[in-house]
Design a protein around this ligand. Structure first.
Ligand code: AVJ
Length: 336
């Protein structure tokens, strides 16, 4: 008989990454362009800003003197992470739209210091960012496991692995504000579906404030936001063989006080017709005609609690920075 070794326990790999993207992403751009650019009031959804160049421009936006949300949110995290770790006792952190996970480390540090941290679950459409960040994090936090989910948080939340213990789901940056009220509640309801009895949601929302401050944050003097806005046309040109000249458009950012949201638009400087090759579609613009490219909702405490309640969640903590520019809310599923 062969000498046999006793069965060894197989160590779970530190990094696991599952991809749920299957080329449907490109189809969604084609659908969005066909729908959005043939409407009487043209519109493109903001998710198409973020190719590699767009992600880089967004990182530059976060450093701009006018763009306060990133800094304000970081201040709140730095001040409250220890308290959040103690309160949630989370063993795992699920992050929706993780990107480079820059602010996440503040929370990981606090959970690590509390001795509960076991697993980080980043959910993002950009696989390279999730991979790079997973490699870095397992080096920084010995024993941490990273389970990346490559997908779109509007479509792939059901692929998030089941909780291994109390979990904290984080949705930072104010991205929830990119959804108009109806879809916002739908997204929140889906997120609520990820929460068990012992789980919490930590969500960032930008707050209603002086119009000048808001508009400056979306129309910086260096023109970085304008380039970010025009980048959606470069994405459409490349992915759908279109011939837009981004320089044919002015960047517009306006606060709509009735809806309490910022609207970004691209305004045609002249009349022209563009061709979207992949769709065999001619798109006509009059001089001065606009495409809405983003709404970014600004919240009051009432609106946040109302939206959470409509999605079956209740507020546990309202956390804000000293200047009350931005809020982080900790919430959980409401008792039935
Ligand atoms: C990443 C969606 C939160 O709405 O403030 C920044 C994107 N747009 N400047 C925001 C953005 C213009 C940003 N979010």
């Amino acid at each position: 008989m062969e000498p046999s070794t006793p069965p060894q326990p197989v160590a779970a790999p530190a990094i696991q990454i599952d991809s749920h993207l299957d080329g449907i992403g490109e189809r969604s751009l084609a659908d969005d362009v066909l729908d959005g650019l043939t409407r009487p009031f043209k519109e493109l959804p903001p998710k198409h800003f973020y190719d590699a160049h767009g992600a880089e421009l967004f990182d530059r936006i976060c450093e701009l003197p006018e763009y306060y949300p990133t800094r304000a949110e970081r201040v709140i995290l730095e001040e409250r992470a220890t308290e959040l770790a103690a309160l949630t006792g989370a063993v795992e952190l699920v992050e929706l739209g993780s990107g480079t996970a820059a602010k996440t480390r503040v929370l990981l540090d606090a959970l690590d210091a509390a001795g509960t941290l076991e697993r980080y679950i980043p959910v993002d459409v950009t696989e390279s960012m999730v991979r790079d960040c997973a490699e870095e994090l397992i080096g920084e936090y010995p024993g941490l496991r990273v389970h990346g989910v490559i997908g779109d948080f509007e479509r792939h939340l059901r692929h998030i692995p089941p909780a291994a213990g109390p979990r904290l789901v984080v949705f930072l940056g104010g991205t929830i504000g990119n959804f108009p009220p109806g879809s916002r509640r739908r997204v929140l309801r889906e997120i609520a579906g990820l929460l068990g009895e012992d789980d919490y949601l930590l969500m960032g929302t930008d707050l209603v404030k002086d119009r000048g401050v808001l508009e400056a944050a979306y129309d910086d003097t260096q023109g970085v936001t304008a380039e970010f806005n025009r980048n959606v046309l470069r994405v459409v040109n490349r992915e759908l063989r279109a011939d837009f000249d981004p320089e044919d458009f002015d960047h517009v950012a306006l606060f709509d006080p009735q809806h309490e949201w910022i609207e970004m638009r691209l305004r045609a400087r002249r009349e022209f017709t563009a061709l979207v090759g992949e769709l065999d579609l001619h798109v006509h613009f009059d001089e001065g005609e606009e495409v809405r490219t983003e709404i970014s909702a600004k919240f009051t405490p009432e609106r946040v609690t109302g939206d959470l309640a409509a999605a079956g969640m209740e507020l546990v903590r309202w956390l804000t920075d000293p200047d009350e520019l931005f809020a982080l809310t900790l919430s959980r599923r409401a008792a039935e």
